[in-house]
Design a protein around this ligand. Sequence first.
Ligand code: SAM
Length: 206
Amino acid sequence: MPGPPPDFWDARYAEPDLAYGDAPNDFLASVAVRIPRGRVLCLAEGQGRNAVFLAARGLEVVAVDRSEVGLERARAFAAERGVEIETEVADLENYDLGVEAWDGIVSIFAHTSADVRRDLHRRVVAALRPGGVFVLEAYTPDQTERDTGGPSGPDAVDITMTADSLRDELAGLEVEHLEEVERAVLEGAYHRGDAAVVQMLAFKPS
Ligand SMILES: C[S@@+](CC[C@H](N)C(=O)[O-])C[C@H]1O[C@@H](n2cnc3c(N)ncnc32)[C@H](O)[C@@H]1O
């Protein structure tokens, strides 16, 4: 299976500081107002910074990740901030997203292999309710040449995404914003500078 093994993330999430900080991802924060009130699923949510932000906005949030250590920290972080989130330890390869179950699905640096991701994205389209919103930010292949964070090693490119791959994988959603950009990603100790990312905001047609 390409990409870091689960214990890589457990070790990172056992460090004293939140690996990606306590602030939500900038792109998510900039489009959060577009997510309808209701149930939101945060994919590969790690230590919960995005889930806590959305819960504080009054949304009902479920955070899923393969790392129990990460999600334990997410629950503690939610308690610290006085909000409620639900967490589920699961592998996205076989996680059941349901059908028309979510008003929003959020994918921020959800670093799975391309095989897992392609099938996951097909399930995302089915799992959104009509009018539901999909928000994604991820590194593109260009990021693998940089040392400011993101996938590294021989499988790095396989884990990255492009605007073209996302358009194909999420066919069935109406795209409002889909762009590859360079921007400063400053999130905790591990996302630390100018980065090559792709951003997507899309809707399930009503
Ligand atoms: C770069 S971290 C991003 C964490 C979080 N989304 C954030 O932005 O703070 C990537 C996350 O993907 C999770 N992950 C990778 N492969 C996974 C899989 N197959 N199923 C569930 N989670 C996975 C890891 O455990 C890790 O928490």
